[in-house]
Design a protein around this ligand. Structure first.
Ligand SMILES: NC(=O)c1ccc[n+]([C@@H]2O[C@H](COP(=O)([O-])OP(=O)(O)OC[C@H]3O[C@@H](n4cnc5c(N)ncnc54)[C@H](O)[C@@H]3O)[C@@H](O)[C@H]2O)c1
Length: 308
């Protein structure tokens, strides 16, 4: 893969900083832009902290930072860009406006990617003049530590654009996966929230408490999930056994179309999770910090280890 490709990252928040550092670490030249001064002022420090957490030396960090330019001008960021990654807030109108502006300023060959979590790329990009370059790249948080990026093609996306994006991400050490239809939630969030829907339902129906749901997953199939996907697992135990199990359990699983009334009630009552001290469970600030530290430790330990 060619190095020093000019890449623009739009939005220097949680996702933008990690996307920028990942691509710069892989030898690309990144221009990151954000209209908020605080975000621009703090992004170098946040990138430095993340790279330190990944075990990079001071010398390597300095080298990576030289490949990242911070600018308040979206024009400067995209003017010569080969690829744009948009990581602005999850608001449809804002994203549409940003891409309309980028289309005026960027070269016609520039690939335009959105990092939306769940919104269809088709909705965000429908007003583009040149739609063949519209694509979704759903990085996961933290983007510099979670390998997966879902590469979402719309009905208009050129095959060459998707191929180039896959190659760029692979070269940056990511594990990109093609999503061939632009469906809400792509692949990962559909799977994740199918599990969360059942998890909430188990608590709502008094089958167990929230802590037990989490313990069951962490102490059983959660241990295998990083090295054994569900369909590999089905093949491992046999599709015949899988069919027998499905015949006996699927009819009883949660199949509600919308969110759970129990979840709606938590939100209504201000039980918003760790940030308010209570959600499904009660949390002291220390307990919440312990959970965050545990996840960061785990992901940093796994960084660079190939799980095959
Ligand atoms: N946080 C996650 O876990 C996660 C995971 C995957 C995808 N995403 C998606 O990534 C995107 C960014 O999320 P985040 O968590 O980094 O949010 P964030 O709030 O941390 O960062 C967004 C940044 O965009 C900036 N911004 C605001 N208006 C802008 C504009 N007009 N142009 C450019 N930048 C602008 C903000 O100042 C902020 O710095 C969202 O679409 C989100 O849904 C988030």
């Amino acid at each position: 893969m060619k190095k020093n490709r000019q890449i623009a990252v739009i939005g220097a928040g949680l996702m933008g900083h990690g996307i920028a550092l990942t691509l710069a670490r892989a030898g690309q030249y990144v221009l990151i832009t954000d209209p908020v001064e605080d975000a621009r002022a703090s992004v170098s420090r946040r990138i430095m902290d993340s790279l330190k957490g990944m075990g990079e030396s001071d010398e390597k960090i300095a080298k990576i930072l030289k490949k990242i330019e911070i600018t308040g001008s979206i024009e400067r960021a995209v003017k010569n860009a080969e690829v744009v990654f948009e990581a602005a807030p999850e608001k449809l109108d804002l994203k549409r406006k940003i891409f309309a502006e980028i289309e005026e300023l960027a070269p016609e060959t520039c690939i335009l990617a959105s990092n939306t979590s769940v919104m269809p790329i088709t909705k965000i990009m429908s007003e583009l003049r040149i739609k063949g370059r519209a694509i979704g790249t759903h990085w996961w948080n933290p983007p510099h530590l979670i390998p997966l990026v879902e590469v979402v093609s719309t009905e208009w996306t050129d095959v060459a654009v998707a191929d180039d994006m896959m190659a760029l991400l692979e070269d940056a050490g990511k594990t990109p996966v093609r999503v061939n239809k632009d469906v809400p939630g792509f692949i990962g969030n559909r799977l994740q929230h199918a599990l969360w829907r059942e998890a909430i339902s188990l608590v709502e129906n008094g089958i167990c408490d929230a802590e037990s749901v989490d313990t069951v997953i962490k102490a059983s199939f959660g241990r295998r999930l990083a090295v054994l996907g569900p369909l590999e697992n089905a093949d491992l135990v046999g599709t015949d056994l899988t069919l027998d199990i499905h015949e006996n359990v699927l009819f009883d699983l949660e199949s509600r179309k919308g969110p759970s009334p129990y979840l709606e009630q938590l939100v209504e009552e201000g039980r918003l999770g760790m940030k308010s001290g209570e959600g499904f469970r009660k949390w002291t600030p220390e307990e919440a910090d312990q959970v965050r530290a545990r996840v960061a430790r785990h992901l940093n330990r796994l960084d660079g280890i190939l799980l095959d």
